[in-house]
Design a protein around this ligand. Structure first.
Ligand code: HEC
Ligand code: HEC
Length: 237
């Protein structure tokens, strides 16, 4: 059964549109909360980041959920963060802060006084992007890994890169070292528009995958490992 092909035409249409709109954060949308998240992202990324300060902040404010070394918590569906890209991490903190991404737990975190400043986001992101990812994360059942590999290389690698390390500007995330069910959940949330500051063509594109495709590609990704570090601006000193 050609599980990859039925809606391929629709997907490639969405992909072509995406290639044109390529990931300029904020895109063409008028919404002011998105603009403010993107402005905050830009100002955070223009700062000199201090990873040692970020490590201390992370230990104090984040590690009880994301783990002592940013390894996440598969049972609570809390993402792994070590080795993720600097710009993506900063932009997600800005999105949570501006209500552009739903998560009661993260909204409480980023509304704390210590975490309202773009300098804090830059420092923590610099620490995390250079941190060593865990040797293993939660994987899926293994039943459809080959299907998942096919989907990933055909449909996703153009943006997330063939080793899933994310793009070099850093706004397209690394998908490796991540927990299986977190990946499944975020693909669904992106597809139903619960992550708001996202190109609408990407949302349409992800909506074209059925539950089996999503589980398969997440299972494939959950088995990919790779180092963090050298992930864009802000990672220095
Ligand atoms: C109370 C638990 C909790 C705490 C404390 C917490 N987080 Fe989170 N974090 C979460 C959960 C749950 C998610 C997943 C949200 C979702 O489902 O979209 C998340 C998601 C994230 C993401 C998005 C990751 C991705 O791959 O898109 C980032 C970045 C993040 N957290 C950073 C932090 C930082 C930095 C801190 C400390 C300043 C922190 N978190 C503290 C629970 C927490
Ligand atoms: C056109 C580029 C593009 C394509 C194609 C694409 N993605 Fe993405 N993806 C992105 C961007 C950009 C984000 C970050 C969205 C945001 O900022 O919230 C993302 C986010 C994600 C996330 C959330 C990661 C996290 O840590 O929360 C997952 C999971 C994901 N993509 C999986 C996939 C899969 C699987 C495919 C193929 C079926 C795919 N993507 C195809 C650009 C793309």
């Amino acid at each position: 059964m050609s599980a990859i092909n039925p809606t391929l035409a629709v997907r490639w249409g969405a992909l072509a549109a995406l290639a044109l709109a390529q990931m300029s954060p904020g895109g063409l949308r008028p919404a002011t909360a998105q603009d403010s998240a993107d402005r905050a992202t830009r100002s955070a990324l223009a700062l000199t980041a201090h990873p040692a300060r970020g490590a201390a902040e992370f230990g104090r404010l984040c590690s009880r959920c994301h783990g002592a070394r940013g390894q996440g918590d598969a049972v609570r569906v809390i993402p792994e963060l070590a080795g993720q890209r600097v710009s993506y991490l900063v932009r997600q903190l800005a999105n949570f802060h501006a209500g552009q991404r739903e998560s009661v737990r993260m909204h409480l975190v980023v509304s704390q006084a210590e975490l309202r400043s773009p300098q804090d986001w830059a420092d923590i992101a610099a620490y995390l992007s250079a941190a060593e990812p865990p040797p293993a994360t939660q994987t899926g059942s293994g039943a459809d890994v080959a299907l998942g590999r096919g989907i990933f290389h055909e449909q996703c690698a153009s943006c997330h890169r063939s080793d899933a390390r994310g793009d070099d500007d850093g706004f397209v995330p690394s998908l490796r070292n991540q927990h299986y069910y977190y990946l499944v959940k975020q693909m669904r949330r992106l597809a139903v528009g619960e992550r708001h500051n996202v190109d609408e063509n990407l949302v349409r594109f992800l909506r074209s995958f059925d539950a089996r495709d999503v589980a398969a590609v997440a299972d494939y990704l959950s088995r990919l490992r790779g180092p963090g570090g050298r992930h864009g601006r802000g990672a220095g000193s």
